[in-house]
Ligand binder design. Structure first.
Ligand code: OAD
Length: 231
């Protein structure tokens, strides 16, 4: 049975109207990563960090899955092997398209986390730092997002899945952020075939056995159709 592990990044949601980070005009050209995506930035100015993620949460609620998300959900449903999506994205567009096996390694906009006691709960659309934690009442509410300098979620399970994979596919990610940027090498070392699907060659394109370039809404459905047509 073939096991497919798919890593997705901001490029898969770009055509749904969610901003990517490093493209021209991307989020990191408009916001200082150190101020809005680090624990130190949050300690300095929690209101600014909440403003950033509240805007992204609103943006996500107004968006809808595109053809790439739908094709990946179809692959999980109809492919006679295992399909796992490991996503760096904090939106819920894979789930809204119908994918079930989705691991959010960088957290999710839908989650709130108490920085004092670690309690997690469903995020309100407008999150505020002073809102008390439902478990310990500390005014230490933060988004359940993994920031730079923090350990991504599910790492042991992800490395296990990469070691067991027959095929690793990276979709819409620039290959700038570790540990995800090393997944193609990790999977290849364990014997998997590797494929990149991205708008343009990523920074790690040379780590892949094959690559196809174009908008995710076109190249992902094409690839899924080929996978489902295989004898
Ligand atoms: P990036 O913004 O770094 O890269 C997005 C990639 O998607 C680029 O290589 C684009 O060429 C490609 N792309 C853009 N539009 C596309 C389209 N329509 N179809 C296909 N590809 C497209 O985003 P990520 O690689 O996801 O982390 O960034 C990784 C992490 O860095 C994020 O999870 C976030 C960020 O800082 C944290 O916030 C911790």
């Amino acid at each position: 049975m073939t096991k497919i592990v798919i890593l997705t990044g901001a490029g898969v949601s770009a055509e749904s109207g969610l901003g990517t980070f490093r493209d021209k005009g991307g989020l990191w050209s408009r916001y200082d990563l150190n101020e809005v995506a680090t624990p130190e930035g949050f300690a300095r100015n929690p209101a600014l960090v909440h403003e950033f993620y509240n805007a992204r949460r609103r943006n996500c609620l107004e968006s809808a899955p595109n053809a790439a998300h739908h094709a990946l959900a179809r692959l999980e449903k109809d492919y006679p092997g295992e399909v796992l999506i490991v996503t760096q994205n904090v939106d819920d567009l894979h789930e809204r398209a119908g994918s079930r096996a989705v691991w959010h390694m960088h957290g999710a906009l839908s989650g709130a986390l108490c920085a004092a006691c670690g309690h997690r709960w469903a995020a309100p659309v407008e999150m505020q730092a002073a809102a008390p934690c439902p478990a310990c009442a500390a005014p230490a509410t933060r988004p359940d997002i993994v920031w730079f300098g923090e350990m991504p979620y599910h790492m042991e399970a992800i490395w296990d899945a990469l070691r067991a994979a027959d095929l690793f596919v990276a979709i819409g990610t620039s290959g700038n952020v570790y540990p995800a940027a090393a997944f193609a090498q990790d999977a290849a070392r364990a014997g998997a075939e590797t494929l990149e699907l991205n708008l343009e060659p990523s920074d790690t394109v040379s780590d892949f056995d094959a690559a196809r370039h174009g908008p995710a809404s076109r190249i992902v459905p094409e690839w899924v159709a080929e996978m489902l047509a295989r004898p």
